[in-house]
Design a protein. Structure first.
Length: 262
């Protein structure tokens, strides 16, 4: 049996088949040790953040290889919605992509097309890349894996959520991510505001009808559980910089308190 042609379950399929919400976190530090530690901790996936962290394509590629080698799935949030990073990230073998700042149906269509093979989309044949096992996989295996990656757009403003039904109907889109922080910033409304609550509930209901997973980001374990119970399929909790800051700050505070009491 040619191991190069063995099928690898795509992240989109994993989300569809999972009986629980998948839990991940953001990667903002360009370090293989950090990614390996997150895998050891047991996260289902990480999201390499090219939008809000000083990471580049090479660090995203390295993080992808290390994470997947340790049994952890990898999504990448690209820097913007221009599409310039989509082909290279997908051919690096990532399990999915989040395209930020998508506010209209037209922007969602452009994003989805950039992550979808021609003739249905604009993605080209890079079967000699890592996603194609450096040419060792046959074309069918390469195309099959690329078809089942998560192709998600981030909805981060009120206008986008008001168009949720139309955006969810965009061809080849198989995931969305709710950017609650930017939604609050752009709308001037707090997370618990009835308007925001209604829009999010509408998004979740419309997504459930179409079988499209919705993700979001939170900070605490309690918030992860609440998001899961609300209907989110994948949730990012905290990030690597926050974990380091919290652990370091807690230790320093504890030490100083003990020294002062001594």
């Amino acid at each position: 049996m040619n191991r190069a042609n063995l099928p690898t379950p795509g992240f989109a399929r994993t989300l569809r088949e999972s009986e629980r919400t998948l839990v991940g976190t953001w990667v903002k530090i360009p370090s293989v040790e950090t990614v390996e530690i997150l895998a050891i901790a047991g996260f289902d996936f990480v999201v390499v953040d090219l939008e809000h962290a000083p990471l580049d394509l090479q660090s995203a590629y390295t993080a992808t290889v290390v994470a997947q080698s340790n049994g952890m799935s990898v999504l990448v949030r690209v820097a913007d919605r221009s599409g310039s990073q989509l082909q290279r990230m997908l051919d690096s073998g990532v399990d999915g992509v989040l395209v930020p700042r998508v506010s209209t149906v037209a922007e969602a269509e452009t994003a989805a097309a950039g992550m979808t093979f021609a003739p249905d989309g604009d993605r080209g044949n890079g079967s000699t890349s890592r996603a194609g096992r450096w040419g060792a996989a046959d074309l069918g295996s390469y195309l099959a894996r690329g078809t089942d990656v998560l192709r998600a757009v981030q909805l981060e403003d009120r206008g986008a959520l008001e168009q949720a039904d139309a955006i969810l109907d965009v061809a080849h889109l198989n995931g969305v991510f709710l950017g609650m922080g930017d939604l609050q910033l752009s709308s001037g409304l707090q997370q618990g505001d009835p308007t925001i609550t209604a829009l999010v509930d509408r998004l979740l209901a419309a997504s459930a009808e179409r079988g499209i997973p919705v993700g979001t980001a939170v900070q605490t374990a309690e918030q992860v559980v609440a998001a899961a119970q609300r209907g989110f399929s994948f949730v990012m909790a905290g990030n690597d910089t926050g974990f380091l800051r919290a652990a370091a700050s807690g230790l320093v505070s504890d030490v100083r308190s003990r020294l002062d009491d001594a």
